[in-house]
Ligand binder design. Structure first.
Ligand SMILES: [Zn+2]
Length: 1021
């Protein structure tokens, strides 16, 4: 439609973002009749429809002071109003049954209120409200109605005109006597009271309801949701852990002393003429000392025997590095070929993979090749035949194929239940143990067993601590609703264990790290398995499990375990709350909330009265609320989310790509970014442990105007970026802040905002991040994986709660609430995986059994996970995934990220995918690894594109190996997320199309005028 001169694009992005003139209403006698008013509000709504931002007031009465440089257009009668031309393509369909609107005024400008969605994409495409106007009204009142109608148009992709007609949901306007108020009632709305004051009220509603602060923030809807949770007993009191339930101290003899004693007890004839291989889970220098001591001890017994002490943790690697490699280095010429054969793991009912013994060797061949100066391809790893004499056999050959030597190794091992308290049913695990082996050529014989420190600790953990926990769970009924069962289980453990970086990529050899991982996951798994057995419930939020494993070389193992009670809180029913009325309280909007609760309301009322005595606001924006429950009225002041106050308007510093971002730095960073006009930042929600969860929106600036984020999303493709879901996957926060900074400061990135809206949740899991920062604060553990910081403060994978507005976890609510406000076309979840090998010696050696596939080995520096609905009638999702995969892979291929991907990819194939393809899945596309799944409609996965395919075309996941990256590697993995997001933004720009205008003739005198673009978005390369 031709609205040249009526609308403006003030920020130059090609989209209308203001109504150009100010409308000055100057009728004879100062009064406007019904027909004039009706045409006025239709014009206002039509112009509001054209734009995603506008300057209010749009309509004023003559004599109002000017506040900006919009030209005035003065109208005196209905005849002065222009008739806007209609779009050419006219559809034809009846207005269907749009249903009753919500009786809560926070829904007023949504599809649950004045607007309606007829095609199921959740975006408004019609209006439901119709005006019932008075015969005559003061000009200022008509102006207020016009402003209100402009706001209605602003918030929707369709307005149904004329607004003043029969049918629809009535917005009854009754200026008259008495206090002014806007009430939701009888399936519609009633605006009544003194005309001048009511005009003021409607102007305020048009300009600032329900956000009051910035429209990007959640507004009164969030406040109401918080009050509802508070009334149920979920906050605002903090969820601090309760008193100490018990504390246990544990200590044991050091395995090194055990090995010395075991050998002292061996009779001399058992030691005669053989080579002794001792296995102890100790760092290399302690094992060298042990060797010297054993040589001396045996020497004093007159025994001269070869002794080597290998590590019982990753014994295969220890043998390769400390026996085979030195022997090969000592050869006159390097071998042309080395073959390492490993025994297939044949133990039944074990969680270990058949390649269990191969895993022990990782990444030995690479280290060996480097040390020998030979091509890594000259070393091959093969599964041994059934007749293999030892667990590991290494053969070296010269260029002619002649043997240069053979070395063998058989580490001692045993099998035990995964969770001993639950018997063998959940499976068994193979554990390499310590001890003394006699090696004679190919023949290996066990002389003594000496449990490692890890094993003695594990016996205590599984034999004492886990049964104690399961008793606690049982006493609480073993029901999901009774969670958390405890506030915190703190395990402080001191062990003398290997913990060294290997010098190849980010790989390490750390039994201490492995123990921390085992404590965390196996304890969570034990409780979950117990719940399934006892009640069938999934007990996935039992409480915080915090293992702090300290490496104390040369000391006997010890531990202190402290269990604290769950936070105590009232548990009341969730009431139903609705904002039933708005009024002016001085110069502020105030509201009345009607609360209803099932059953006896006495406890809820007492809670309400208790809340009224508490300071609920943080001293910033707030709104007065009068809550009516049964016949009792209680006055409260509720907090409101406002934009983070930015400092001086100078560009903030560029966010770090090499620092682990956490704590106060997060909100400071968001504040600093918000100094740019492109960035709005606010606190979207608070975590279970009351930490702020900031959100950012990036858009071409519309300063000084009322913005509609959802309308911006109706017009431009919208990208929601979620970072730090799992808090030990740290680099996504760096990448998210970096992207925001670039969009505000670098022309190349800034141009994306002309075509696309970006919404960022940079720090979804602050409680996990706080725990991660603590766990990574010790010098020996800075680069560990730290999975205890993966889930939330109760050990809960809170992704399950993303769409539950009543979730007691703010970290779960934030993503859903952002999604509902912006209805993004594409959602990305920037995740991470271990930066190095994931070993859990008590859980089947690799990643724990809760994961269907194995994360034992790094798959890539960056890989992608995507899925699509496998629906032949709607092939668009599949095409979108293909386009995404092509674009991201191509972008990565020629970068250093691509080079790293090729290195990791070769390792992933050699060690995992070529041997156990089901546990190491994925397909390489243009050198980049992808996990793409075709899902049946109704599949249990909860991606936005699966649940709301009409709204969100694509939601996908990036994974980088950042658990826990530091320095250069952190920069690299953060940049990998950034690169993937850049490729996605390129796709969104390519998919963006100018909004199309259309009109639908309903055949009864009503017409819906629409503006919008294709939903779901077609993502094409
Ligand atoms: Zn993750």
């Amino acid at each position: 439609m031709d609205t040249v001169g009526w609308t403006a694009d003030r920020n130059g992005d090609g989209f209308v973002d203001d109504i150009a003139p100010r409308l000055v209403i100057n009728p004879p006698r100062g009064m406007v009749d019904r027909d004039f008013c009706a045409r006025l509000i239709d014009l206002a709504a039509r112009l509001g429809l054209e734009t995603h931002a506008l300057t209010l007031p749009f309509a004023v009465v003559a004599g109002m002071a000017r506040t900006d440089d919009r030209p005035d257009l003065t109208v005196a009668t209905a005849g002065d109003l222009p008739v806007l031309p209609a779009p050419t393509a006219l559809g034809d369909e009846r207005i269907g049954n749009l249903g009753e609107p919500s009786s809560c005024l926070t829904d007023l400008f949504t599809i649950r209120g004045a607007l309606a969605d007829t095609d199921g994409d959740l975006l408004p495409d019609m209006t439901r409200l119709t005006f019932d106007l008075p015969v005559e009204m003061p000009a200022s009142f008509a102006a207020a109605l016009a402003n209100f109608a402009a706001r209605v148009g602003l918030e929707t992709g369709g307005v149904t005109l004329p607004l003043a007609r029969e049918g629809g949901s009535r917005f009854v306007v009754r200026p008259g006597m008495g206090p002014s108020r806007l009430t939701a009632k009888d399936g519609g709305w009633l605006a009544e009271g003194d005309a001048i004051e009511l005009a003021n009220l409607l102007d305020r509603v048009a300009g600032e309801w329900p956000h009051l602060a910035a429209p990007e923030c959640g507004g009164v809807g969030q406040s109401l949701a918080r009050l509802r949770r508070w009334l149920a007993g979920d906050g605002p009191e903090p969820n601090d852990p309760g008193a100490v339930v018990w504390e246990r101290e544990w200590e044991a003899d050091w395995e090194v002393d055990g090995a010395v004693a075991a050998i002292a007890e061996l009779p001399n004839d058992a030691l005669d003429g053989r080579r002794l291989v001792v296995f102890a889970s100790e760092p290399p220098d302690i094992r060298r000392e042990l060797e010297e001591r054993l040589v001396a001890d045996l020497g004093s017994r007159g025994i001269d025997i070869d002794i080597v002490v290998l590590s019982a943790f990753k014994a295969g690697l220890s043998w390769l590095r400390e026996v085979v490699t030195p022997a090969l280095v000592a050869l006159p010429t390097p071998p042309a070929r080395v073959q390492i054969a490993y025994r297939r793991m044949a133990e039944v009912n074990t969680l270990d993979m058949p390649i269990r013994w191969l895993q022990e060797l990782f990444p030995g061949p690479e280290l060996m090749a480097a040390e020998l100066g030979i091509d890594p391809g000259a070393i091959e790893m093969v599964e041994a035949g059934d007749d293999t004499p030892a667990t590991f056999v290494a053969d070296a050959f010269d260029a002619e194929g002649a043997s240069l030597g053979r070395w063998t190794c058989t580490p001692p091992w045993r099998a035990q239940p995964f969770v001993p308290a639950l018997g063998d049913e959940p499976g068994r695990v193979v554990v390499t143990t310590g001890g003394v082996m006699a090696a004679d050529g190919d023949s290996w014989r066990e002389l003594a067993r000496v449990p490692t420190d890890l094993e003695t600790f594990w016996e205590f953990w599984q034999g004492v601590v886990v049964p104690d926990l399961l008793r606690l769970v049982e006493e609480a009924g073993a029901r999901a609703v009774s969670q958390p069962f405890f506030g915190e289980l703190l395990a402080e453990v001191w062990v003398s264990e290997p913990n060294e970086r290997l010098g190849v990529r980010e790989e390490n050899d750390s039994a201490a790290e492995a123990l921390a991982e085992d404590i965390y996951f196996t304890t969570l798994d034990a409780i979950e398995l117990f719940g399934q057995r006892q009640t069938g419930d999934t007990l996935s939020a039992p409480g915080a499990i915090v293992p702090i494993v300290r490496v104390s070389p040369g000391a006997a193992p010890r531990a202190r375990v402290t269990l604290r009670a769950a936070p105590s809180r009232p548990s009341l029913p969730y009431p139903d709350l609705r904002v039933a009325e708005l009024r002016l309280d001085g110069n502020h909007l105030a509201m009345s909330i009607v609360a209803t609760v099932d059953g006896d309301p006495a406890a809820t009322l007492a809670r309400l009265q208790q809340l009224a005595t508490m300071e609920l606001t943080d001293g910033r924006d707030s709104i007065a609320a009068r809550v009516v429950l049964n016949d009792t009225t209680v006055d409260l002041t509720l907090p409101l989310t406002s934009p983070l106050v930015s400092g001086p308007l100078s560009p903030g510093p560029r966010p770090s790509m090499t620092a682990n971002l956490h704590g106060d730095a997060i909100v400071e960073m968001a504040e600093s970014l918000a100094t740019a006009p492109e960035v709005t930042a606010w606190i979207e929600d608070w975590s279970y442990q009351s930490r702020p969860i900031p959100a950012l929106s990036l858009a071409a600036p519309c300063e000084g105007r009322l913005r509609s984020p959802l309308k911006a999303a109706i017009l431009k493709p919208t990208y929601l970026i979620v970072a730090r879901h799992h808090a030990n996957e740290i680099s996504s926060t760096n990448a998210a802040f970096q992207l925001a900074w670039l969009c505000a400061n670098e022309p190349h990135w800034r141009r994306y905002l002309d075509a696309v809206n970006i919404v960022i949740l940079p720090y979804e899991n602050p409680d996990g991040a706080a725990l991660h920062a603590m766990l990574a604060s010790f010098p020996e553990s800075q680069t560990w994986k730290h999975h205890p910081a993966r889930y939330n403060a109760l050990g809960f994978e809170y992704g399950a709660d993303h769409l539950n507005p009543d979730s007691r976890f703010g970290e779960a609510r934030a993503r859903g609430s952002l999604w509902r406000r912006w209805l993004p076309d594409v959602v990305v979840d920037n995740h991470g995986v271990p930066s190095h090998e994931w070993v859990q010696p008590f859980a089947g050696y690799g990643s724990p059994p809760r994961f269907r596939v194995s994360y034992w080995i790094v798959q890539a520096l960056l890989y992608g996970i995507a899925s699509y609905l496998d629906d032949p009638d709607a092939p668009e999702q599949r095409a979108s995934v293909d386009a995404l995969r092509d674009a991201v892979s191509a972008k990565v291929r020629d970068s250093d990220i691509g080079d790293w991907n090729r290195v990791y990819g070769a390792s992933y194939r050699a060690w995992g995918q070529s041997r156990e393809p089901e546990r190491f899945p994925g397909a390489f596309h243009d050198d980049m690894l992808w996990h793409v799944a075709a899902l049946e409609p109704g599949s249990p996965y909860r991606g936005f594109h699966l649940l709301y395919p009409r709204t969100t075309a694509l939601s996908w996941i990036t994974e980088v190996n950042d658990e826990t990256a530091e320095g250069e590697h952190l920069e690299r993995v953060a940049r990998a997320h950034l690169l993937a997001n850049e490729a996605t933004l390129d796709l969104l720009v390519a998919a963006a199309s100018p909004p199309e205008a259309r009109a639908i003739d309903h055949g009864d005198g009503a017409t819906t005028w629409r503006i919008g673009r294709q939903r779901p978005l077609l993502v094409r390369g």
